[in-house]
Design a binder for this molecule. Structure first.
Ligand SMILES: C[S@@+](CC[C@H](N)C(=O)[O-])C[C@H]1O[C@@H](n2cnc3c(N)ncnc32)[C@H](O)[C@@H]1O
Length: 302
């Protein structure tokens, strides 16, 4: 995840940047996929390290992120392709391009700070924003659609399984009560229902009381775990033997999927027995790196 300031051009701090380059070990003339291009921080470092002829195919399904990445990476024009597509479809995209496999893959999952802080698309519980939460605005359902139309049981499951929220049933019941009078439109309506639903003694100390509910809804709206599972199942078909895969996740649901997929795929050699975490120096300048966990594997057979 990256951090950026809202003034002028977004400035970004890519998480675990040195570690990604160290493990991926980009080489001149090779081809890499960045599945979460965002503002282009990891791609820029890969292009720098693989100069003069290394290439990147950069995926992001958010048009705003792609436009910003084009600006940030302008000096690498000719060595990077921009793809507005779900990273779950990397295999199909490579096939369409006639590429049998690439030399490495980096995934830096989740949201960029451009989306969190400045997109006004409902990812943040600060202020009052439209309850959208789609990273790709071509996706069919917004967070408001889910809150207003799915059953109480389904909502509770979303909050419990994707947010690990213990008060899931109570929150879901209050949402279905509230929406009978006032359909959900803005983030502050949701925050207010969560605040009323969770007894004060259960409010978390380090995070906002609505954090887990927002995370859960975002995961559901964007199909995040399904997308991750799909690419995890295709790794040995999209990466050439000897190629490395670096995956940075930001919560335990994702990290668990990555850990299991690496362990259970006989074509992969796990390079990091424990996940790589951000140094205290990095956490001091970018607090979002605190929850980052990177796992690295290599496709065997070379
Ligand atoms: C954490 S940011 C990436 C930051 C980037 N690595 C950098 O250094 O600037 C995650 C980006 O991935 C994109 N994204 C998330 N899930 C995606 C998916 N399934 N397919 C394509 N892009 C996705 C988001 O739109 C966001 O721009």
């Amino acid at each position: 995840m990256c951090s950026c300031k809202a003034d002028k051009q977004p400035v970004h701090l890519s998480v675990l940047l040195d570690e990604v380059i160290q493990f991926l070990n980009p080489e001149d003339g090779k081809v890499y996929v960045d599945g979460n291009l965002g503002l282009g921080g990891h791609s820029g470092a890969i292009l720098e390290a693989s100069s003069p002829a290394g290439r990147v195919i950069g995926f992001d399904w958010d048009q705003e992120a792609l436009s910003q990445a084009r600006v940030n990476l302008a000096k690498y024009q000719g060595r990077i392709d921009y793809v507005r597509r779900n990273f779950a479809e990397i295999e199909e995209e490579l096939k369409n391009r006639g590429i049998a496999g690439v030399d490495g893959l980096v995934l830096d999952l989740g949201l960029s700070s451009l989306q969190l802080d400045t997109s006004n698309r409902g990812f943040s519980f600060q202020g009052s924003q439209s309850l959208d939460m789609r990273m790709d605005i071509r996706r069919p359902e917004t967070a408001a659609d889910l809150l207003n139309h799915v059953s109480e049981e389904e909502l509770a499951d979303i909050f419990y399984f994707y947010g690990e929220e213990r008060q899931a049933r109570r929150i879901a019941a209050n949402i279905t009560d509230t929406r009978k009078q006032h359909p959900f439109v803005t983030t502050d309506q949701l925050v207010s229902v969560v605040e009323k639903s969770v007894p004060r003694r259960f409010w978390p100390k380090k995070i906002h009381v609505a954090t887990k509910v927002f995370q859960a809804l975002r995961i559901a709206v964007n199909g995040e775990l399904d997308n991750l599972e799909k690419i995890l199942g295709a790794l040995d078909r999209v990466i050439c033997p000897g190629g490395r895969i670096c995956i940075i996740s930001f919560h335990s649901l994702e990290d668990r999927l990555v850990k299991r997929a690496f362990r259970d795929n006989p074509a992969l050699e796990v390079i990091t027995s424990k996940p790589v975490k951000a140094s205290s120096e990095e956490v001091a300048v970018n607090s979002r790196s605190r929850s980052a966990r990177m796992r690295v594997a290599m496709v065997g057979g070379r």
